[in-house]
Write a protein that binds this ligand. Structure first.
Ligand code: PHE
Length: 353
């Protein structure tokens, strides 16, 4: 097709071939034709590439001279291919525009209506559950200050716990960041409404995590805070968590456990696990499960958090923070968090409302 023997390719022959190749390129009528030409000329074992490889065998002087010439030829070929490809694409678009019609007066087909994303559905479900139980349901700003995201949560600037939060700071704005958790809403709410309070806050949170099957730089959390002047115990916390987990997974009999953990804004702090078992690849939350899975963090509100929220005198409270994406994945047997966000229409239709 290229009219050249590939074995030994002297420069004169290449220079001669150039005219012929340019003609073939500029008269190509499909992108496949161009791809074939590209492979034959500058592909791994293309004519020009082979000639480049032969430079090894010539003297240094000759190498420079031949190298320059070959480079020029290669550039010309590359430019011509790109140019012709551009023309072909343009043509295709014009042709498409001429041939395709869009009748905006046609009725909309039923399946073109959008539906609620599975995360939005779950957020709505959680909101309704807590609203019906008399909780205040709110969301705070996603762009936060160092103060609400860290300092007021008992994490001053030197605190090592800040490191584990891989924060996105906003360029050009001092001490401004994308919130790394919804715990900031504890402070905002108590500052504004005081105590007693029973609230949940749901929304997007951000951490500078590499996107993979189990991590996303943006994820959703639900935060719960219950605070009062009257004593609140870790028993209340456990009861509330049981209620939530049992409601979300739709199972009456569940088993949860607390493992000691550290979050600067609670004391004591715990990690919450629940029992589950696997059936047909799906995870089933049940009291009889043989395995434990971690669900989130929780604990009793630290006195400094009350202080930063402007609460003085006797104060008790508990808080927990759970990842909604994780809950949704567990409940639906979704194993890759990226599926939630890569807008594959078939996936969205399957899990949508
Ligand atoms: N904010 C914590 C996190 O994102 C979770 C948490 C919330 C822990 C409330 C304790 C109390 O990891």
């Amino acid at each position: 097709m290229l009219g050249l023997c590939r074995a030994v390719v002297p420069l004169v022959e290449i220079e001669k071939g150039l005219q012929h190749w340019m003609k073939s390129i500029l008269s190509a009528t499909s992108s496949q034709e161009l791809v074939n030409l590209k492979i034959g000329l500058i592909g791994k074992s293309g004519v020009i590439t082979t000639a480049f490889k032969m430079l090894k065998t010539v003297s240094a002087d000759e190498k420079k001279n031949l190298g320059e010439k070959l480079n020029k030829i290669k550039n010309k070929v590359e430019e011509a291919i790109a140019e012709q490809l551009g023309k072909l694409n343009n043509c295709c678009t014009l042709e498409k525009l001429e041939n395709e019609t869009l009748d905006i007066t046609l009725p909309i087909g039923m399946n073109t209506f959008g539906g609620a994303h599975i995360i939005s559905q779950s957020i709505k479900k959680i909101r309704n559950h807590y609203l019906s139980r008399g909780f205040l349901v709110l969301d705070g700003p996603e762009i936060e200050t160092d103060f609400f995201n860290f300092d007021a949560l008992n994490m001053p600037s030197h605190h090592p716990a800040r490191q584990s939060h891989d924060t996105f700071y906003l360029k050009g704005f001092k001490e401004t960041l994308l919130r790394t958790h919804t715990s900031c809403s504890q402070i905002r709410t108590m500052k504004e409404k005081g105590i007693p309070i029973r609230m949940i806050s749901i929304g997007k949170t951000y951490r500078n995590d590499q996107l993979d099957a189990t991590h996303s730089p943006m994820f959703h959390q639900v935060e719960c805070l219950v605070a009062d002047r009257a004593p609140i115990t870790i028993g209340h916390l456990k009861n509330e968590l049981r209620k939530f987990i049992s409601f979300f997974f739709g199972v009456e009999s569940i088993a949860i456990r607390f493992r000691p953990s550290f979050f600067p804004f609670v004391e004591p702090g715990v990690e919450v696990d629940c029992r589950y078992t696997k059936k047909d690849g799906k995870l089933i939350v049940t009291e009889k499960g043989d395995k434990w899975i971690e669900l989130g963090g929780a604990g009793m509100v630290h006195p400094n958090v009350f202080k930063y929220s402007g609460i003085t005198g006797q104060a008790y409270g508990f808080a927990f923070g759970l990842g909604i994406d994780r809950f949704v994945m567990l409940k639906n047997g979704i194993t890759d968090i990226r599926n939630l966000f890569d807008t594959d229409q078939r996936w969205l239709r399957h899990y949508g409302t």
